[in-house]
Design a protein around this ligand. Sequence first.
Ligand code: M6R
Length: 365
Amino acid sequence: DKGNHRHFMLKEIYEQPEVIGHTLGHYLSFNNLQVNLPESGGLDFAKIDRINMTACGTAYYAGLTSKYWFEGLARLPVDIDIASEFRYREAPLSKDGLSLFISQSGETADTLAGLKYCEEQGQHLAAVVNVRESTIARASHSVFPTLAGPEIGVASTKAFTCQLSTLASLAVAAGVQRGHIDREREKQLVRDLSEAPRYANEVLHLEDTIAKLAHRLANKQHVLYLGRDTNFPLAMEGALKLKELSYIHAEGYAAGELKHGPIALVDENMPIVVIAPHDRIFEKTVSNMQEVAARGGQIILITDPKGAEAVGMDEAEIIVMPEMPEIITPIIYALPIQMLAYHTAVHMGTDVDQPRNLAKSVTVE
Ligand code: M6R
C-alpha cells in the first residue's frame, strides 16, 4: 500500500524519520546516552584487529561510509570490497579479523558467496541485514538488524539510511570498547545520533525545492556527483540512484580526484551535484567545485547555511540543509540525494518503483 504517495519509493523516503529512529533505538539507549549491542554473539571489538566488509550496490556504499567511522572513531582498519570481486579474490584475512556483510535482503548471491569464503577461513561472521530470517542472517554469528521494515521500491532508500544508522552505532560501540571514545564523547555521539530522525523530518520539507532543481538534471546526458570523506560514498550512491531511476549516466567521484581525469568531461551540458556540509574539508570541496564552475559546469550544491553563505552562489542552485552534527551528515544528506533522483525520474516518466532490467533482490550471480 502506497498510502497517499504516488510511488513506493516516495513512501519509503518519507518513512525515514521513523525507521531511522527505530533502528537507532535498537542500539542506543537515549536515557543514559549509551550504546549497547544486542545479539552481538560475543563480539568484542577490542579483540578484533581488522574488519573486512563485503556488500553490493547501495549496501556497499553504506559500508564504505562506515569505513570512515570505524577508522576515525575506533582506530579499527577496514577493508571493503564489492562482493562479486571479493568472492574470487582469495583475500588473505587477519586471524583476529571480523567479516561483516551488509545486505538489505540478506539473499544477495555474491554477498553470500563472500560469507562462505570467510566462514571457511574461520572468521567471526557478522551481518547488517534488513530481513531477519534471511540466509545471510542465519549464517552469521552476530546479527545487527536494520529496522527499516519491508522495502518495496527497487531503488534502496530507507534500507540505506538504516544501514548507516546501524553502522554508525557499531562504530561508536567499537570506539568505546577499544578505549578510543571516553564516556563524555560517547554521550555526545549518542546525543548527536539521536537527533537524526528530527533532521530527517526537517529535510523532507525541502521536497518542493528539490523537485524544481530536478528539472536541471532531467534529459541531460551525464551528471557528476562530488563529495569528500563520508560524502564521497554518498556521491556514488547519488549517482547510482540517478542511473537506476532515470537512466541518465552518472558518476560519483571523490572531489579531489576530479583533476586526475573526469574534469575533462565538464562543459555547460554537465550538471554537477556537490555534497558539501560546512565541515573541516569544506574549503577543499569548494575549490574543486569552482574548478568545474570555471569550465561551465552547472552546479547544484547541497550544503548548510554556513556553506551557502561562504560560496556566494545564486540561491536557486543550492539545497540548504540545516546545520547538524557531523556524524549524521551522510544519513541526512542521503535524503535530498534520493529526492533529486526520484524527481528527475518523475520528470522523465520512467518507472520509478520498477526500473527496467533491475530486480529487487539479486539472487543469481
Ligand atoms: O539486498 P542487498 O542489500 O544485498 O542488495 C544489494 C544491491 O543489489 C542493492 O543495494 C542495489 O544496488 C539497489 N538497487 C540500489 O538501489
